[in-house]
Write a protein that binds this ligand. Sequence first.
Ligand SMILES: [Ca+2]
Ligand SMILES: [Ca+2]
Ligand SMILES: [Ca+2]
Length: 474
Amino acid sequence: MRTFIQLLFIICFISFASCTKTATNPNLVTKTNTNTNGNNTGNNGTGSTTPKTPDLTKNVKNISEMIVPDNFNFENNRLVNINLSLTTNTYGASHLVSVCDADPNSIFSVIAQGSIDINKPFASKISIPFTSNKVYVIHKYPNNTTNINTLIIDANNNVSFNYLNKTNNDIVINHSEIASNSTLISSLNKKGDDSDGDGIVNSLDSYPSDPDRAFNNYFPNDKDYATLMYEDLWPCKGDYDMNDLVLDVRHQLITNANNQIVDVKATYIVRANGGNQALAFCNVFPFTPSTITNIVGGTLENNPTQSVIQMFDNCAKLLGGMNTLTKLDKLPDQTVKLSFSLSNKPKLSDYAIGEYNPFVWVNITGKGRGYEIHLPGHESTSLVDTKLFKYADDNTEVAKNRYYLAKNNLPWGLMIPRSLKYCVELTMTDDGIIPDITQVYLRFAQWAQSGGKLYNDWYTEQTNYRNDKYIYNK
Ligand SMILES: [Ca+2]
Ligand SMILES: [Ca+2]
Ligand SMILES: [Ca+2]
């Protein structure tokens, strides 16, 4: 009973600390630019005041002090174009290339994978953290001979490599020395069997008995998860503890021997629900809706132009309560697995392997499907309530391709390319300040205020990067 009262008190406190309910509904209140939290940074993005210059040498007291450059989208990753070509035709069968994460903590975590031969280069668009400036490419011959090359991402986010003109490589493992042994040469020259006849020998084929499938591609990679975290009071700003919904994500694209996408799979692990509104979770996939078949674990919205798939409609119900209060028992994570197939088998090179456009919408009476909250810089769907754009704290401008950034340039969502520990419910400190993400992730403010130039590793585990006092650690 005591625990219940504590919970009730904290919920009331969260509601009080945020926007009032009427102010979040533009149909009830005359449109106004009033800052509902009373916090004013002096830089409201209207151009009427001279923006202050942030002090990048130190952290802020809380998020209201932050001065973020216009249109900084809080991206921790960028898209990188991979183009690999092979100019030898050894063995008359396809070779395998695997593009792997160069993060030293997860060496050889696969991101993209596919077949390559003399007539068929390998191309893909992958999402790589700004903390990495290189990828590893593992090249396997049909007899399993392996080369591993470290390739630098250039200033235009391209990685190009030709296996004949090795100009940009640094061979880590080279089998040329064992190839000089004549006993080994005869065994190396024998290519392996191809049981399903798809042109990919068994040892290189992840689906050796399935002629329609051969390779796996992943975001963020085959071993890690990315984290999505949302604030749920849009278009009003929230308390920036970034824990109203926290979930891990991994996407998988299964391709065939011709590097065409056959299936899409996703794993979403819901870890925290820290708000008091029911949140639904959806993702907008870049594929043509009419080509999506065999959906399991989600529902495709009726929309002829956008592939919006909803995974669940109420995170609190799914999780069984909140998971941000250390006084309460930890609720187990809930995993939602989505899969679907693509009837037109598009080319892998035409689609980024990424987080796509995940969003939440507020599933309560008085709000609903139109209250969709995306990551900054990510387009809304056709079902958004456009009256909410520029209402209260929002400063979305569709014509300028500016989405889900507040008037002070702050976001309502973040994507971090690794599974990240989230904040507990934060309560007021002795000096009257309610801590937010800037007091938990101590380099977050400097990263954002520098427009991403400083501390692009703000989410990694390093000395003085995180205040564990405010981390949910159960
Ligand atoms: Ca095969
Ligand atoms: Ca196969
Ligand atoms: Ca919050």
